[in-house]
Design a protein around this ligand. Structure first.
Ligand code: ATP
Ligand code: MG
Length: 434
């Protein structure tokens, strides 16, 4: 028995790896994320959007109901499981809109005012991992709940254009379409089914399966063998009601007033069932097949479907990994974190003083690394150099008993010895505070 235990424990000593398609973001790269998140938050606040944070796990029924049973996400991409402790059916969120709407309803946020909300964080989809496609990825999502007019659709698109400009991204193209409303989609659906029925021999297995459940999604297929068939399929535009047409031209008018270029793409249908009217995607050709960096549209029916009163709404989400990949491809360099001061010290009195001085400098908003772990002055100075700090403070018992500190500028300049009382002034010339 003891032997078996020993063998088992030796075997379990192999190094464990992260789950495939779920990435660690290491400190150097995390600098870029922090910078990006700050830019995005500032931008969102400049349009009056407020932050909301939902759980990563929701009842599976929420996504089935909101996203639709016959969609890629619900059919094959969700991490769903039974909570072994109570038998609940749960899912790691594959997107944020359903959760955001659930939260807004649960807490009565839409009672007497519309809401501009945003969230960010991890999403989970069991897809085949490749560049720009992961099983855990991150989005910023934006939802305007309770707004009916084309003005808010256009504002959200203008927002995106402003963000690309802020980030210095140039070659992202806006694709735009309208999906109309329920009745026109129903008429279009009937026409599509009979059209595809006449050409069943050309349909692939996915398309055949969706023929009666979700024929609109066939238009989204990337299968080259079905390309010509899809091009010639009956168009939704011919079925649109006046209201939907007016809404669509309202959106376009505002975009034109602001010189935002767009391409109308009648085959843009989006992968989730809840969209109606305006849908859009921002696409680049620089990330291969994973070129959509931001996508969204109107979802007037969703709030009612999740259990609320009928309420119009529109939103979009952007994939952070893809956006950062694009920025890096543009030659963007990683911002470096700031360390102002590295404190080296030796001797008991010196160490006590070093700790006290470090706290005082942090009171003055400086970023201070206090050397931990002992070692010679020489080896501590090597660490000070590697830290990127502008200044090293050197404190031995000699300095400590005199109430002084040696200030060593790391990028040229004389080492000086100053009284602790004058320390902030003495080092201020070496540190540019942002
Ligand atoms: P795709 O067509 O690339 O599968 P999607 O239509 O499934 O995208 P949405 O649900 O609209 O994507 O999500 C919005 C954005 O989130 C996408 O435009 C993309 O930037 C990002 N995104 C979606 N899925 C992934 C993923 N698996 N890995 C990384 N980013 C993703
Ligand atoms: Mg997808």
């Amino acid at each position: 028995m003891a032997l078996i235990n020993l063998i088992t424990s030796m075997m379990s000593n192999e190094t464990l790896q992260a789950v495939r398609g779920m990435n660690d973001i290491l400190p150097d790269e995390a600098e870029l994320w922090l910078w990006f998140e700050e830019v995005v938050r500032e931008w969102l606040h400049s349009y009056g959007y407020r932050n909301i944070r939902m759980p990563l796990v929701e009842p599976t029924a929420l996504f089935k109901r909101a996203i639709g049973e016959v969609t890629d996400i619900v059919e094959k991409e969700m991490y769903s499981f039974e909570d072994a402790l109570n038998g609940d059916q749960l899912t790691l969120r594959p997107e944020g809109t359903a959760s955001c709407v659930r939260a807004a309803l649960q807490h009565n946020l839409l009672y007497n005012a519309p809401q501009r909300l945003y969230y960010s964080g991890q999403m989970f989809r069991h897809e085949r991992p490749q560049k720009g496609r992961y099983r855990q990825f991150h989005q910023f999502g934006v939802e305007a709940l309770g707004f009916a007019g084309p003005d808010i659709d256009a504002e959200q698109i203008l927002m995106c254009a402003r963000l690309w400009q802020k980030l210095g991204l140039q070659d992202v193209v806006l694709q735009l379409n309208t999906l109309g409303d329920v009745e026109s989609r129903q008429r279009h659906r009937t026409k599509l089914i009979s059209y595809f029925l006449q050409h069943q021999d050309v349909l692939d297995a996915d398309a055949l399966r969706r023929l009666h459940s979700n024929p609109l999604r066939i238009l989204d297929s990337k299968n080259p063998a079905m390309h010509d068939l899809i091009i010639a399929a009956p168009g939704l535009m011919d079925e649109l009601e006046d209201d939907a047409l007016q809404h669509f031209s309202g959106v376009q008018d505002i975009l034109k007033q602001h010189n935002v270029k767009f391409e109308i793409n009648p085959r843009l249908v989006r992968g989730l069932d809840y969209y109606n009217r305006t849908v859009f995607e921002w696409v680049t050709t620089r990330l291969g097949a994973q070129g959509t960096i931001c996508a969204g549209g109107r979802f007037d029916g969703l709030i009612e479907q999740v259990g609320g009163k009928p309420t119009p709404a529109t939103g979009f989400a952007m994939g952070i990994e893809r956006l950062l990949a694009l920025l890096l491809d543009d030659g963007m360099t990683l911002p470096k974190s700031r360390v102002d001061i590295y404190v080296v010290h030796q001797g008991e009195l010196a160490s006590q003083m070093a700790s006290r001085v470090s706290e005082q400098l942090r009171d003055a908003n400086l970023q201070v690394i206090l050397h931990c772990g002992g070692g010679s002055f020489k080896s501590q100075m090597k660490k000070a150099d590697a830290s990127g700090a502008n200044v090293a403070l050197v404190i031995g018992d000699d300095e400590a008993s005199a109430g002084e500190v040696s200030v060593k500028p790391m990028r040229g300049g004389e080492q000086t010895r100053v009284s602790v009382d004058n320390l902030s002034f003495a080092i201020s010339q070496f540190i540019k505070q942002e």
